[in-house]
Design a protein around this ligand. Sequence first.
Ligand SMILES: NC(=O)c1ccc[n+]([C@@H]2O[C@H](COP(=O)([O-])OP(=O)(O)OC[C@H]3O[C@@H](n4cnc5c(N)ncnc54)[C@H](OP(=O)(O)O)[C@@H]3O)[C@@H](O)[C@H]2O)c1
Length: 491
Amino acid sequence: MATEQTALITLFGATGDLASRKLYPALFNLYKKGEIKEHFALIGTGRREWDDDKFRSVVSDSVKGAADSDQQVSDFASHFYYKSHDVTNPEHYKVLKGVADQLDAKYDLKGNRIFYISLAPRFFSLVANNLKQQNVFSDNGFNRLIIEKPFGHDFESAQELNDSLSSAFDEDQVFRIDHYLGKEMVQNIAALRFGNPMIESVWNNKFIDNVQVTLAENMGVGERAGYYDTSGALRDMVQNHIMQILSLLAMDEPNKYKDVEIRAQKVKALQSLHIYDEDEVAKNFVRGQYGANGDQKDYRHEDNVPEDSNTETFVAGKLEFQNNRWAGVPFYVRTGKLLADKFARIDVVFKKPALDDFARANGTAPQLLPSVLTIKIEPDSGFEMQLNKKHVGQGYTTDSFKFTHDLTDSEMKEVPLPYERLINDAMKGDHTNFASWAEVAQAWKFVDQIEKFWNSKKADFPNYTPGTMGPKAAEELLTRSGRNWAFRAED
Ligand SMILES: NC(=O)c1ccc[n+]([C@@H]2O[C@H](COP(=O)([O-])OP(=O)(O)OC[C@H]3O[C@@H](n4cnc5c(N)ncnc54)[C@H](OP(=O)(O)O)[C@@H]3O)[C@@H](O)[C@H]2O)c1
């Protein structure tokens, strides 16, 4: 049952790519489902000299493919207003304040205000502080900030940004977007673990051999090359999305399934991550950069990429949580561009029996495979469990089989878009699926050590072929301890 939310959203970056590709479709879905209805309005801003009609036509174009009727689109778009605004000009915020007050009265918005900053990161703190200084906040209702990624480029810059935001917004008013936390199967991690004592009772180093997280992309850097070259795979994917997934996999059960308690457990897990010194980085982290293949240029010859770029388009690593639950269990992660396929999955690899008695009885090589629980995030969404069984027929050898549960097509249609879920959560004031400052800070402390070491050495790039699963060293990260990636390109 939808509960109508009451809020005014002021969107900075309303003329941008993210807004039309993700934010308007997400808001439209909320509108169709009745999560936002009469008591909702949005002020879009950008420097462009658009008027309300132009803005509404852009918004309509971005949602009409999902509409039931033209009327539905125009009703939705009628809640959108545009104000040309330069975020560097303090005077412009006063105009915004006036429009906000008018819309508040018109739509009976009860002073509930969300400020969504979808701008280049250099503007994040400038906007937040101007909102405060120019008093764009309401005195009744809530004033909340939704902020896009990246949140800093290292611990120091993230802390600076956070300190600056803190002078305008308290932590419980800040919603840091990590769209992976809005994905159905990432949200399923907790349900699978804490909803099934059978699973949670083996979720530790007695039964689990290793955990693997793979977020693979099969495209190159494309038009994002300029930005990507200043970031690289470690900052773009590991510091945020992968660290968030790891914290959900590694955390202890919260006392209550509520945002404050969940975040506290995630922070506790991240604080137990062993932060590597230089030698440990060299041993446990692998970087890669794609080479050329057919028509595909190598990374260093992509547009807007320097020919001597040291930026990694691939990273694989082994992480260790130093606590009693996880001591001795490696958590392997990998992500990259131009890999064999586009998918995201988690593989939890369980221990095998110490001795393969079936093989011993037959005098054959060991045959038992580890049991593997796979959480498929995308493109398929579901679970898989690989187990051993007796091989059909005479004798007593073994082979493996899989239990599979995929979300059905009709379930997939019900799955909210990640931004739809996150914007709705922010309107409800639920922080569960947003990264807290303590989580972000801990993730940067871990990642900074790797960056520091990598920056001190020129990499031997390119070192992987497009269409593979990255450099050979990413395989060796596991094979040196007798392990393998559960997903292999040839599977
Ligand atoms: N696009 C994505 O897929 C994606 C994915 C994840 C995260 N993000 C994050 O989302 C944010 C927005 O990204 P984007 O791709 O939408 O960027 P974009 O397409 O380059 O849009 C930037 C927006 O900033 C506005 N802008 C720039 N300078 C301004 C100024 N001085 N005053 C007021 N507005 C100004 C632009 O409006 P005018 O040109 O009209 O001034 C435009 O609306 C970034 O933080 C990005 O990292 C984007």
